[in-house]
Design a protein around this ligand. Structure first.
Ligand SMILES: [Fe+2]
Length: 260
């Protein structure tokens, strides 16, 4: 059988694309680039175990992301793309509902602070993207998410917030407002949904802030909800009552989408 050779042009293309990937990942300055380019042109393949076709696919993504960065600034994914990614990775409907809930809550909190609603919403929507595969292995939760999301060149603040929301295992300390907000929003979403489900109507519209405050104190209610995580809201300057007002409003905006 005749051996198949990889065309020289294809090899050059790979090298150029890997350089591009390297540039994106390391965020080099123009001056640093000038110094490093001759070396990085021969940067070794990082995907040697993949077939040639898979390498082309990977590198095509890098190129697309590069142009996306140029066009849109740092945010790579549209909301629609992010939701499709969630649905692709998460099979259980309730998990998808949970991520939609955290997205809505994060957006309402971003609005309250005058922060970037798209960025905060995206972080909420994507935060448990690996949960279908890491439910039984909490030490991998958020680490696998990073692997999945790194393909899309999202702003590092999104990735870091996702890792920090599982800080007990990732040891990434929550520091910024968005990182602490994600922890509080993730936890409060469970409490708000549980409050809705004990209403005679089982609808969010009937849940009052007072109900949520009462249920927060009732330790036997929704035991899986970690109260101390909800109280991260106070670390970012929002008293719990105000936090419940904002988050309840945010969740009510999408109540029909999540069957509540
Ligand atoms: Fe979550």
């Amino acid at each position: 059988m005749k051996a198949r050779q990889i065309p020289v042009e294809l090899v050059s293309l790979f090298q150029a694309l890997l350089t591009l990937e390297f540039i994106i990942q390391t965020e080099l300055t123009t001056l640093q680039l000038k110094t490093l380019l001759p070396k990085t042109l021969f940067f070794p393949f990082s995907h040697v175990t993949l077939s040639i076709l898979d390498q082309v696919v990977q590198l095509e993504k890098v190129i697309k992301n590069w142009f996306h960065i140029k066009e849109l600034g740092a945010v790579m994914l549209t909301r629609e793309e992010a939701l499709n990614l969630v649905k692709k990775n998460v099979a259980k409907r309730n998990f998808v509902y949970h991520m939609l809930a955290v997205e809505a809550i994060m957006k309402s909190l971003a609005k309250h602070f005058g922060e970037d609603e798209h960025l905060w919403g995206l972080t909420g929507l994507l935060h448990d993207i690996d949960y279908g595969k890491t439910e039984a292995t909490p030490e991998k939760h958020a680490m696998l998410a990073e692997e999945i999301l790194n393909e899309f060149a999202l702003p590092q603040e999104v990735i870091k917030a996702i890792k920090a929301h599982n800080f007990q295992y990732t040891h990434v300390k929550p520091e910024t407002r968005m990182e602490k907000a994600l922890i509080a929003c993730d936890a409060v979403s469970g409490l708000l949904v549980a409050c809705a489900l004990v209403m005679p109507s089982k609808k969010l519209k009937d849940v009052k802030v007072e109900t949520v405050i009462k249920k927060l104190k009732a330790k036997d209610f929704a035991r899986g909800v970690e109260r101390e995580r909800i109280l991260f809201c106070e670390e970012i300057g929002i008293p719990r009552k105000k936090f419940f007002e904002i988050t309840l409003d945010g969740l009510k905006n999408i109540s029909s989408e999540i069957g509540l």
